[in-house]
Design a protein around this ligand. Structure first.
Ligand SMILES: [Mn+2]
Length: 232
């Protein structure tokens, strides 16, 4: 039974911006001739501000090549791939003369898209995971759901101003990066700082915790679709 829709509500719905439809984009997971899943993808995105190419192999060995022109960001992408067990190649050229914002955010948009494409319809994945990886005094809690629905809960306050590296990487960009990733990948992600004093440590704990949670969530443990809806 479809519900009657009153005119005003209908107009409001029509005027909503188009929403991403992750489920419609998801192709069935590819498999090799030996039946093993092939979870790789390469995507390129070019705008007036950035030109980025990313390759992801979800079932890789953690081999990373990250070149964004922002050394601290490269260091974090390296952590993500290495501890996420993914092979990851990120080649980004951006308007760093403005600041790092566009390059970091656009890398997040494309990483989410590439990851989503590599995961396909997500049949058989573990789907949920949590991880909390310390770095010395810093500890961050991360929970993830490959839900098909973009959501970021982010509760991290950095103790004092801190600019990392040269060109400078503002820690505020971490939230922008992960919001971009989850939005284009259709992932639910919660990130909470438990404790920490050193900004480099806190940021690295965020990336390592997300990497470990993601590594576990994408693990194939059946051939079923882990959703009562039958789709993710
Ligand atoms: Mn470090």
């Amino acid at each position: 039974m479809s519900r009657p829709v009153i005119g005003r509500l209908s107009a409001a719905i029509d005027n909503d911006p188009p929403r991403p439809t992750f489920n419609e984009q998801a192709a069935p997971m590819s498999t090799a001739s030996n039946g093993q899943p092939v979870r790789t993808a390469t995507e390129r995105r070019t705008t007036g501000e950035t030109d980025i190419t990313i390759t992801v192999d979800v079932d890789g060995t953690g081999a990373v090549s990250a070149s964004t022109g922002i050394p601290f960001f490269d260091h974090m992408l390296d952590q993500l791939g290495r501890h996420g067990g993914m092979d990851l190649t990120v080649d980004a050229t951006g308007d760093l003369t403005v600041d790092a914002h566009h390059t970091v955010e656009d890398t997040g948009i494309l990483l989410g898209k590439t990851l989503g494409k590599a995961l396909g319809d997500k049949r058989g994945v573990r789907r949920f995971s949590s991880a909390s990886v310390p770095l010395d005094e810093a500890l961050v809690d991360v929970s993830i759901d490959l839900s098909g629905r973009p959501f970021l809960y982010y509760d991290v306050e950095f103790p004092g101003e801190k600019i990392l590296g040269d060109p400078p990487f503002d820690p505020q960009l971490i939230e922008e990066f992960w919001r971009a990733v989850v939005t284009s990948a259709g992932i639910t992600l919660h990130v909470s700082l438990v404790r920490g004093r050193n900004t480099h440590h806190i940021v690295e704990s965020i990336f390592k915790s997300i990497a470990r949670a993601l590594r576990d969530a994408v693990r194939l443990e059946s051939d079923a679709m882990p959703s009562t809806k039958g789709t993710l």
